[in-house]
Design a protein around this ligand. Structure first.
Ligand code: NAD
Length: 688
């Protein structure tokens, strides 16, 4: 019996099976909620029905709520009303879970009398990662099943729990051995005449110190964001308040967080990430199959890329220029797996399986079997071109030839091959096996098939792709360079490195730009500036402070000093009088009288520099979507996720205001600054 487009009731003798069918993820939309309510109404007084099973059609149970509804007033019936109907129905209701039961989906399951899951299912309440909290009883019911400390850690981390662990924690009651549907029906039948509502269960006794400990560690990991605070407060209510009162508090906290700026920013980032993985190439071209990957160069990046590919199940060959470099690279990879095994994060057998898929070689004919070759040698166009000439000779026809270059011209690399259509940029971030961002750079000739394959490869690596056209610095490094340059302007004008870093860290960046510079090494950018010196506009404003630091041997953390002093390896950064002197001498040489620069000005100029560059990237067609820029900056450059990204930040301002601010920034930045068109940042159909 169809109740609406998403819900139908099927019968198995005395059991009613309510099927949720809302592809692709059975999201808990308004139609799903009203259909579920109608289904309970339909069967609750039916004397022929002894029990109810709620199950998802397709690949999953309800994998989450429909986030598009969250930006507006929620339409009735809302989820708490559906759960109240299930709880007040006298017949037992069994939730049959497969795929994922997340967010509102798992809250629905918590509202049932029992939960059975197919092996491999994941359950969890990830709302906090979207700046909200579970708002349909999740905080109260989970506290009753798992205890308050565990509920705090699960809700605040948004962790997805496997069916095996969920069973051991009491989050589900049973793992189905063979057929989920059949076993759920048997369970409903066994429960005939009996309710087992989670709301009636006692909250497991625990001492106050374990709650405090769980709360402290959740706040630390969750960077004290408002949703983490609210989740801890609500879960803690389970200890003192009757459930109905606690549910009122939970709902009201959920409602106010749902419309907060932070939640809107996080929803924007969620949709932006989803969009960034889409590209017209996926509609027109068939991705090529990839099984064998060859990585050329096993330095910092090559080793990380090899690990990422091994983790994703590929066969990986690593090529180096000599024995010493090869064994150093292979050791790097093996040490990584050894330390993961030692830390209990990987089974020794799994590490051995990955090692069996790894091959080190100095023989270029090894590349002949590769479906994808990723070059990660020194950042030098000529060296890269030499490598690609060789690859063109040894790689099989149809193999994809990728470069991990950060700055080289991809077209100039592709031009030395006889197959520029197969050449693409795969720009990983360091450490490559950890960082989520993967910029996919297409040259003038890169074929749609190669872009589609690269997007699929990113998905298999669990990376977040962003597609960029070929241009100096692509998307991420171009924006970051504009941001860093603006911060250097402020140093020259009167701010100190520690003041700039502190202001931007308090805005939410993981690290300020000068701390980042010290960490990655100031010599990389120094070399880059030297290589560009001949082509630089001599009239453009140029801050020589970083050059002076490098000339003084201050290359960053690795040399014990950069913008800061590091008294011991891995130790804390300390402001250094010598840096102050270097900055003062640079100011004096230009006749600049330093002025006080407030934290607000620092943050505003740094963000405006990013958004101005974002507008230029859109004007030039380097970035295809404004939101791709936000995805790149959040996933690769430490931009605070809860601020949505630089374009989201800008889109919260009126366009006229932004135009004025771009003028102000241009004036402060001086000669050489290229002003963007703020209109570029306001696409009419932004989904937030
Ligand atoms: P690295 O110096 O750590 O490693 C380069 C490796 O390439 C060395 O092991 C070297 O022996 C090897 N190599 C050099 N020439 C070779 C050749 N002809 N054949 C085979 N192997 C050769 O450098 P890295 O930091 O890993 O950077 C590699 C590439 O990745 C560069 O293009 C760089 O710009 C880019 N990149 C670096 C980072 C980063 O943070 N380090 C981030 C993104 C991209």
């Amino acid at each position: 019996m169809m109740l609406n487009n998403c819900i139908r009731i099927e019968r198995e003798h005395d059991i009613a099976i309510v099927v949720i069918d809302n592809p692709p993820i059975n999201a808990g939309s308004l139609e799903v909620r009203s259909g579920l309510l109608a289904a309970i109404e339909e069967v609750k007084f039916d004397v022929a029905v002894n029990g109810i099973v709620i199950i998802g059609a397709g690949n999953t149970f309800v994998a989450g709520s429909d986030l598009r509804e969250f930006g507006q007033p929620l339409a009735d019936p809302q989820l708490p009303a559906v759960i109240a109907a299930i709880e007040s129905c006298e017949k037992p209701v069994v939730a049959a879970l497969h795929g994922a039961a997340l967010g509102g989906g798992y809250e629905l399951a918590l509202g049932c009398d029992a939960r059975i899951a197919l092996a491999g299912t994941v359950v969890g309440l990830p709302e906090v990662t979207l700046g909200i909290i579970p708002g349909a009883g999740g905080t109260q019911r989970l506290a009753r099943l798992a205890g308050i400390p565990k509920a705090i850690s699960l809700v605040c981390s948004g962790e997805r729990v496997s069916s095996e662990e969920a069973l051991s924690l009491g989050l589900i009651d049973k793992v189905a051995a063979t057929s989920l549907r059949k076993e759920a029906i048997s369970l409903a039948r066994e429960m005939r005449g009996r309710k087992a509502r989670v709301r009636d269960m006692p909250v497991p006794v625990c001492d106050e110190s374990s709650i405090t400990k769980a709360a402290e560690s959740a706040l630390r990991a969750g960077k004290c964001r408002p949703a983490v605070h609210a989740a801890i407060n609500c879960i803690s209510l389970a200890k003192t308040l009757p459930i109905d009162l606690a549910l009122v508090d939970e709902r009201s906290a959920f409602q106010s967080l749902r419309t907060s700026r932070e939640a809107r920013a996080l929803r924007h980032q969620f949709f932006a990430q989803r969009d960034a993985a889409k590209h017209p190439a996926l509609e027109t071209a068939m991705p090529r199959p990839i099984k064998n990957v060859a990585v050329i160069g096993a330095g910092t990046m090559g080793a990380g890329i090899a690990i990422a590919a091994l983790d994703a199940g590929f066969d990986v060959a690593v090529l180096e220029r000599d024995d010493v470099a090869l064994s150093r690279g292979i050791d790097r990879i093996r040490n990584h797996y050894r330390s993961r095994v030692d830390a209990g994060k990987l089974h020794a057998a799994e590490a051995a399986a990955r090692d069996a898929r790894l091959r080190g070689s100095l023989d270029w004919s090894t590349v002949a079997v590769a479906d994808l070759v990723i070059e990660a040698v020194f950042e030098d166009l000529q060296i890269k071109q030499d490598v690609f000439r060789l690859l063109d000779e040894v790689a099989r026809q149809g193999a994809i030839l990728a470069s991990n270059t950060s700055y080289s011209d991809l077209d100039a690399i592709a031009a030395v091959t006889s197959r520029p259509q197969d050449v693409v940029g795969l720009h990983f971030f360091s450490p490559a096996h950890v960082m989520r961002l993967l910029e996919i750079v297409h040259g003038a000739a890169t074929s749609p098939e190669v872009i589609a394959t690269s997007l699929q490869f990113a998905r298999r690596l669990h990376k977040q792709p962003v597609v960029s056209a070929n241009a100096f610095g692509f998307i991420g490094n171009r924006i970051y360079a504009a941001y860093r340059r603006q911060c250097e302007f402020m140093l020259e004008e009167g701010a100190s490195p520690q003041q700039v870093d502190a202001a931007l860290e308090s805005f939410g960046f993981a690290m300020g730009p000068f701390t980042v510079g010290d960490l990655s090494g100031l010599d990389i950018a120094w070399r880059m500036r030297q290589s560009l010196a001949a082509t630089r506009d001599p009239m453009a404003r140029y801050v020589c402070i970083p050059d002076l630091l490098c000339e003084a041997g201050r290359l960053g953390r690795k040399s014990g000093a950069g913008y800061y002093l590091y008294e011991q390896e891995g130790g804390a950064r300390r402001p250094d009088l010598l840096v102050e002197k270097i900055i003062n001498s640079a100011r004096a040489a230009k006749g600049i009288v330093p002025r006080q620069i407030g934290d607000d000005e620092i943050t505003k100029r740094a963000l405006l520099a990013m958004t101005n560059e974002a507008a230029l990237l859109l004007q030039e067609g380097v970035a295809h979507r404004a939101s791709d820029i936000d995805v790149a900056m959040v996933n690769g450059y430490g931009f605070p996720k809860w601020e949505g990204g630089p374009v989201f930040w800008a889109s919260e301002r009126a366009v006229d205001q932004l135009e004025e601010e771009f003028d102000w920034l241009a004036e402060l930045s001086g000669p050489g600054f290229v002003r963007g068109d703020a209109q570029q940042l306001f696409p009419s159909n932004r989904e937030v």
